[in-house]
Design a protein around this ligand. Sequence first.
Ligand SMILES: NC(=O)C1=CN([C@@H]2O[C@H](COP(=O)(O)OP(=O)(O)OC[C@H]3O[C@@H](n4cnc5c(N)ncnc54)[C@H](OP(=O)(O)O)[C@@H]3O)[C@@H](O)[C@H]2O)C=CC1
Ligand SMILES: Nc1nc(=O)c2c([nH]1)NC[C@@H]1CN(c3ccc(C(=O)N[C@@H](CCC(=O)O)C(=O)O)cc3)C=[N+]21
Ligand SMILES: [Mg+2]
Length: 283
Amino acid sequence: MTMILDGKQTANSLMADLKTEVAAMKTRGITPGLAVVLVGDDPASAIYVRNKQRRAQELGITSVLRRLPSSATQAEVLAVVEALNHDDTIDGILVQLPLPEQVDPDAVIAAIAPSKDVDGFHANNVGRLWENNPGVVASTPYGIMALLKHYGITVAGKRAVIIGRSNIVGRPMAALLLNADATVTMTHSKTPDLFAVTREADLLVVAIGRAQFVTAEAVKPGAVVIDVGMDRNAAGKLVGDVDFDSVAKVASAITPVPGGVGPMTIAALMIQTVELAKRHHNG
Ligand SMILES: NC(=O)C1=CN([C@@H]2O[C@H](COP(=O)(O)OP(=O)(O)OC[C@H]3O[C@@H](n4cnc5c(N)ncnc54)[C@H](OP(=O)(O)O)[C@@H]3O)[C@@H](O)[C@H]2O)C=CC1
Ligand SMILES: Nc1nc(=O)c2c([nH]1)NC[C@@H]1CN(c3ccc(C(=O)N[C@@H](CCC(=O)O)C(=O)O)cc3)C=[N+]21
Ligand SMILES: [Mg+2]
C-alpha cells in the first residue's frame, strides 16, 4: 500500500494550532505582519501569492502585497524592500522569485533585513543553516521536513537524493536533510545517468520544473518520493515533476500535486512569520 502524504490536511492541522497562537498574541497587542513583493507575472508565483493571502487572512496575520510591473527597475525594487525594512508593522519580507532579468536577485535578497528575511534566503540565514544552527529556513524544504515528521518518516541514516540545486529548494533541502543525519546526494542537469543515481535513494526529493519528468524507472521500490514541481502538462493541468500514476506503484509514500508540498510551503511561511513577530516583540 502506497501512503499518500497529504500536505493539505497536514497543513490544516498545523494551521489550527497556529491560529490559536496568533489569537493569543493579539491579546498582547501583537499582530504578525507579512509583506510579499511580486514583480511581474510568474505563474508559480501567482499561485503562491493567492494561496498565502488566503491563509494569512484565515489566521489573522496581516498580509500586504507590493506589486510591481515586469518592467520595474532594480532601484525600484530595492526602494520597496528598503521601505519594508523600516516598516514596524512588517515582521517578514518575501520577494517572489524569479525576478525579471533586469533585476539582480542577489542584490535584492542582500537588501532584505536578515531579521525580516522570512524566506531564509539572505546569506546570514543560509550560512546559519549550513552550520547546523538554523534561523529562518526556506519555506519549501521546511514544509517538507514538517510533512515527513507528521507521517513519522525518519530521515536519519537514509540515503537521500535531491534533483535540482536551486537556492530556494534544492540547496536548503540538502542542508536540512544533512542536519537530520541523512546521507545526501545532490543531482542536477549535468549529472550523467541521473536515474542510476536516483534509484539509490530511500528518499527522493524532486525540484526541477519539468512536468512528470521522474518515472517509475527512476525510483527504488519502497522509496519515499517528494514532488516539489508546479508545472502544466500538455492539457494545461497543474502537475508535478513526478509522473504520479507510475511512481505511486513503486514508492512506499508519495506527495500529490496539488495538495502535497505546496500547502506545506505556505504553512511553513506562516509558522516562521509568527516566529519572527514573536522575536521582534520579545514574546
Ligand atoms: N511547491 C512549492 O512550494 C514550490 C514549487 N516550486 C516548483 O518546483 C520546481 C523547481 O523550482 P526551482 O527549484 O525554483 O527551479 P530552478 O529552475 O531554479 O532550478 C531547477 C533545477 O533543476 C535542475 N534541472 C533542470 N532540468 C533537469 C534535468 N533534466 N535533469 C536534472 N536536473 C534538472 C537544474 O539544474 P542546473 O542547476 O544544472 O540548471 C536546476 O538545478 C518548479 O516547478 C517550481 O515551480 C518551486 C518552489 C516552491
Ligand atoms: N521567494 C520565493 N519563495 C518561494 O517559496 C517561492 C517563490 N519565491 N516563487 C514561486 C515558488 C512557487 N511556490 C509555491 C508555493 C505554494 C504553492 C501552492 O500553494 N500550491 C498548491 C496549488 C493549489 C492550487 O491550484 O491553488 C498545491 O500544490 O496544492 C505553489 C507554489 C513558492 N515559491
Ligand atoms: Mg506542491
